[in-house]
Design a binder for this molecule. Structure first.
Ligand code: PMP
Length: 426
C-alpha cells in the first residue's frame, strides 16, 4: 500500500480530500484509497501492483468488463480523426438512433457529458414544458449534484425541502418535495397538497444510491398513474439502470414507460457521457426547436460517441444479459448461504446486474430507513477484509455493486471463497 499512501498524501495537498469525487476518499470505511493504474476484464490493479476483482466497475459503466478490445479500438480510431469539432457528426446520429431503438420511449435524444447534466436538463425541460415549479424526488435516491436535487425532506411529511448542502439556496430547495421510495402514499400526499404545481417526479427505478433497492410491486406503475392524473412528467433516472438491469433498462424490465429518461455511465462505455430524451412532444421544447435552453461545448464528443457506440453495439448484438444476471444472483445467493454458515445476519437484493448486501436482521430491505440502519461497523470490517483478499467493493455501505460480462463463474467462486474467509473473521 506504500505507493497508494504516498500518492494520497501528495494528492491531498493540491486536490480537496485528495480526490475528484468524494466517495473515492474512503471516508465511509476509513483507510487509504487505492490509486489505480490499470484495469482489464473483471480486474483492477493498484499502484502497488495488487490485483483486485472489481465490483465497482467505475461506478457502473463497464458492463462489458474493463478495457474491452472493441471499445478501446473504436476510441483510438476516433481519436486519430480529431478530438472535438464543435459541429455535428454522423456518430451522434448513429448514437441517437441506437439509443432510441434500444430504449423505445426515448423518441428523441440529446447527448450531454454526465449524469448530472442529464437529470438537471430533464428537470428544466419538465418545468419549461409544464410551466410548473415543484419537483418530487425520493429520499435516498441520488441524481447528481445540481442544486434542486441536493435537497432533503423537511421535518414533517409535507414540509417543503431543505438544502442538503451549503451553497444550495433555501429558495431553490423549497421547490423540491422529498418523499419515501417504495411508498406511494407519501407520493399521493405530496400531490394532494401541491399537485397543481408539480412539474415532474424523478426516480431511480431501481434505487442504486442507497445500496440496491428494487421497486416493490406496483410502485413504478403507481408513479405513472399519479403523473398521468396530475399532468406531471415522469422521469426515470436510468443513469445506473440503463443497459444494466435489462438491455432496455428498468422501463423494459418492469414494463413502465416514463415520459423522459436520463442515461449515463454505460452509454459512454467509460467516457464522460450522459443523455436525456423521451417523448417527442416534450423534448422538442428544448433549444433550438423550443425555448428551454440547454447546450454543451463537448456534448456528443466524437471520441465519447465512439466508446458509447462500440459498447451499445455489443450489448445489442450479443445476448449476454441472462448469464450476467445468473452470475449476479449466484453471488448474492452464495453470500447469503455463507452468512448463514457463519451465523451472520445478512440479506441481499438483486436487480439484473446490480446487487446489494445488507448486514441486518431484516428479512428484506425495501426502504431507505432500513438501508441506513444496517450495521456499519460490520460493513467496514467486511470491506477491509475483502480488500485484503483482493476483492474491490464500493467503499460505502450505501452503494450497490455491479457485475460485468467479464465476471465468469470462476470469478464468482473466487469471490465467494474470499467472503467465506472474511466472514470467518467477523
Ligand atoms: N443519477 C444516478 C442514478 C446516479 O447514480 C448518478 C451517479 N452515480 C448520477 C445521476 C450522476 O451522474 P454523474 O456522476 O455522471 O454526474
Amino acid at each position: 500500500m506504500q505507493k497508494s499512501e504516498a500518492l494520497f498524501t501528495r494528492a491531498q495537498k493540491t486536490i480537496p480530500g485528495g480526490v475528484n469525487s468524494p466517495v473515492r476518499a474512503f471516508k465511509a470505511v476509513g483507510g487509504t484509497p487505492r490509486f489505480i493504474t490499470k484495469a482489464d476484464g473483471p480486474y483492477i490493479w493498484d499502484a502497488d501492483g495488487k490485483q483486485y476483482i472489481d465490483y465497482v466497475q467505475s461506478w457502473g459503466p463497464m458492463v462489458l468488463g474493463h478495457n474491452n478490445a472493441a471499445v478501446r479500438e473504436a476510441v483510438v480510431a476516433a481519436a486519430q480523426e480529431g478530438l472535438s469539432f464543435g459541429a455535428p457528426t454522423e456518430a451522434e446520429v448513429l448514437m441517437a438512433e441506437k439509443v432510441s431503438a434500444m430504449v423505445p420511449s426515448m423518441e428523441m435524444v440529446r447527448m450531454v457529458n454526465s449524469g448530472t447534466e442529464a437529470t438537471m436538463s430533464a428537470i428544466r425541460l419538465s418545468r419549461g414544458y409544464t410551466g410548473r415549479n415543484k419537483i418530487v424526488k425520493f429520499e435516498g435516491c441520488y441524481h447528481g449534484h445540481a442544486d434542486s436535487l441536493l435537497v432533503k425532506a423537511g421535518s414533517g411529511a409535507l414540509t417543503l425541502g431543505v438544502p442538503s448542502s451549503p451553497g444550495v439556496p433555501a429558495d431553490v430547495a423549497q421547490h423540491t418535495l422529498t418523499v419515501e421510495f417504495n411508498n406511494l402514499d407519501s407520493v399521493r400526499e405530496a400531490f394532494a397538497e401541491h399537485g397543481d404545481d408539480i412539474a415532474c417526479i424523478i426516480v431511480e427505478p431501481v434505487a442504486g444510491n442507497m445500496n440496491c433497492i428494487p421497486p416493490v410491486d406496483g410502485f413504478l406503475e403507481g408513479l405513472r398513474e399519479i403523473c398521468d392524473e396530475a399532468g406531471s412528467v415522469l422521469i426515470f433516472d436510468e443513469v445506473m439502470t440503463g443497459f444494466r438491469v435489462s438491455r432496455g433498462g428498468a422501463q423494459e424490465r418492469y414494463q413502465v414507460k416514463p415520459d423522459l429518461t436520463c442515461l449515463g455511465k454505460v452509454i459512454g462505455g467509460g467516457m464522460p457521457v450522459g443523455a436525456f430524451g423521451g417523448k417527442r412532444e416534450i423534448i422538442t421544447h428544448i433549444s433550438p426547436t423550443g425555448p428551454v435552453y440547454q447546450a454543451g461545448t463537448l456534448s456528443g464528443n466524437p471520441v465519447a460517441m465512439a466508446a458509447g457506440l462500440a459498447t451499445l453495439s455489443q450489448l445489442e448484438a450479443d445476448d449476454m444479459y441472462p448469464s450476467i444476471f445468473e452470475n449476479t444472483q449466484a453471488l448474492a445467493d452464495g453470500m447469503e448461504a455463507l452468512a448463514k454458515k457463519h451465523g451472520i445476519a445478512l440479506t441481499t437484493n438483486v436487480a439484473g446486474s446490480m446487487f446489494g448486501f445488507f448486514f441486518t436482521d431484516d428479512e428484506k430491505v425495501t426502504s431507505y430507513k432500513q438501508a441506513i440502519s444496517c450495521n456499519q461497523e460490520r460493513f467496514k470490517a467486511f470491506y477491509h477484509g475483502m480488500l485484503e483478499q483482493g476483492v474491490y467493493l464500493a467503499p460505502a455501505s450505501y452503494e450497490g455493486g455491479f457485475m460485468s460480462k467479464a465476471h465468469d463463474k470462476a470469478i464468482i467462486d473466487k469471490t465467494l471463497d474470499a467472503v467465506d474467509k472474511v466472514f470467518a473473521q467477523l
